[in-house]
Design a protein around this ligand. Structure first.
Ligand code: DLL
Length: 435
């Protein structure tokens, strides 16, 4: 028998009552058990015992990734170490890593949240969940694994890498749900095609639960066609909980937040002001019942909006829109703000271009130069240099009119941009003096 979750259709006012209770307890637990929060709240003049409504939370100070780094490794844990059963960590390539701890209850909640993705994919204990997110400190592998176990499905713990072996297993062992980054799913599909297989027929997939990086609608449509399945977007982050904070349902119309575990606000990243539903801004999360690593008003830097209204699936948990990228991914090109997703929007209007690209930042004559390297679709063969140059100029002028700033475009051979087993690297910074 599959496990159902009545919580997913709880009337929203009941959900809010649950959130309020949990948020109040979280704030008090943080204040009483974590010296950082005591100091933060006291300095901001915020009284943790006086929260009467969810709206009152707007008076609490924000927390940031820097706060997590400053308190590395364990200073933000709100329970004794003996109760922390598992630790995950961000890769820390941009500085000190951030750490998240899980009690036994936190691990169960995590599994239950990821399992919602399997429920949204109409899955049950008969599914074979193929996990090729990386296992280890990255939250992808174990989060999906716990989700599969919670659902009583069969889990194949592949971890990332060894693509030919992934393909063999996908073909021979009947995996029905694929869990990995969207770029790795595309790499698996392309490699299978190169091996002479037709993954749309030779694999047995029904759904993919893909996330950890932004991917365009175009990229998704391409994946769905190649693998003959449906792709659901999953969001999460080391600092609040790995994959499962929000997941798309079969409607593919936004990601349902796990509102019984997280309270979300959208703020204007410049002013910090809370924005109404429907407006795009930065997602801020407060945990409702996290024991080991609670966070209060954590600024995720991720850009999204709350989608107004109820989903056609009938579930009551509010939805966030597919992520547009992060405030810190934003490129400032000659004073103009540009998100990689805006570049992708232009790319998808040009059929000769594939969805594999990299934005390269370099220094030429002491000035920043931005080059979009993009692969040609394998179906288009250009043996004439002049044709490529014409296409490059055409894409440059499309980008210029869409972004109001000029980018150099370099069209490269299919497969020349490095593939990743985890998150795709979309921006490469080669500027002088930038690490
Ligand atoms: O990426 C957790 C995760 C694993 C999510 C597997 C989904 C699937 P971090 O490595 O800490 O954790 O990176 C978190 O990745 O703040 C976003 O910027 C980005 N991100 C995560 N999911 C999505 C998504 C994991 N669905 C950071 N769409 C987040 C766009 C995403 N960006």
């Amino acid at each position: 028998m599959s496990r159902k979750q009545d919580i997913l259709t709880l009337p929203h006012d009941e959900l809010e009552a649950k959130q309020l209770q949990g948020v109040k307890e979280t704030i008090v637990a943080c204040y009483e058990n974590v010296p950082f929060y005591k100091q933060l709240f006291d300095e901001a003049g915020f009284d943790p015992y006086k929260v009467e409504s969810l709206a009152d939370l707007k008076d609490a100070p924000f927390t940031t990734k820097q706060d997590l780094r400053d308190n590395y490794p364990y200073k933000l844990f709100a329970v004794p170490m003996s109760e922390v059963k598992e630790i995950h960590m961000s890769s820390g390539t941009m500085g000190v890593a951030t750490v998240g701890g899980y009690t036994q209850k936190d691990l169960e909640t995590w599994g239950e949240c990821f399992a919602r993705g399997i429920i949204y994919a109409n899955g049950d204990q008969n599914d074979i969940v193929h996990v090729c997110y990386g296992y280890g400190l990255f939250t992808g592998g174990l989060g999906a694994h716990y989700g599969g176990l919670w659902m009583d499905s069969t889990v194949i713990p592949m971890s990332a890498g060894n693509t030919e072996r992934q393909i063999k297993v996908l073909k021979e062992m009947g995996s029905t749900i694929l869990c990995c980054t969207p770029s790795y799913a595309m790499h698996i599909a392309d490699t299978a095609l190169e091996m002479g297989l037709d993954p749309a027929k030779d694999f047995h997939l029904r759904a993919g639960i893909h996330g950890a990086e932004p991917f365009s609608d175009n990229f998704r449509a391409d994946l769905e066609k190649k693998l003959n399945y449906k792709v659901l977007d999953v969001y999460g982050l080391t600092e609040t909980m790995g994959p499962g904070v929000a997941i798309e349902c079969w409607e593919q119309d936004g990601l349902h937040l796990a509102e019984d575990h997280f309270y979300a606000e959208i703020i204007d990243p410049e002013t910090g002001e809370v924005l109404p539903d429907g407006e795009w801004g930065e997602l801020v999360l407060t945990t409702v019942d996290r024991e080991a690593s609670p966070v209060v008003r954590y600024r995720t830097r991720d850009i999204t909006r709350i989608i107004p209204g109820q989903c056609a699936c009938g579930r009551t948990h509010r939805r966030i829109d597919r992520l547009h990228g992060r405030t810190d991914d934003m490129l400032i090109i000659r004073g103009v703000n540009v998100f990689p997703s805006q570049i992708e929007d232009v790319m998808k209007t040009v059929p000769e271009l594939s969805s594999w690209y990299q934005v390269e930042l370099s220094t030429v004559d002491h000035l920043d130069r931005v080059t979009l390297k993009v692969e040609l679709e394998p179906d288009y063969q250009f043996d004439e240099i002049a044709a490529i140059e014409r296409l490059q100029k055409d894409v440059e002028s499309k980008l210029k009119s869409a972004l109001s700033v000029g980018l150099k475009v370099k069209i490269v051979e299919p497969k020349s941009i490095p593939r990743s087993e985890g998150k795709a690297k979309r921006v490469v910074d080669l500027r002088e003096g930038v690490k």
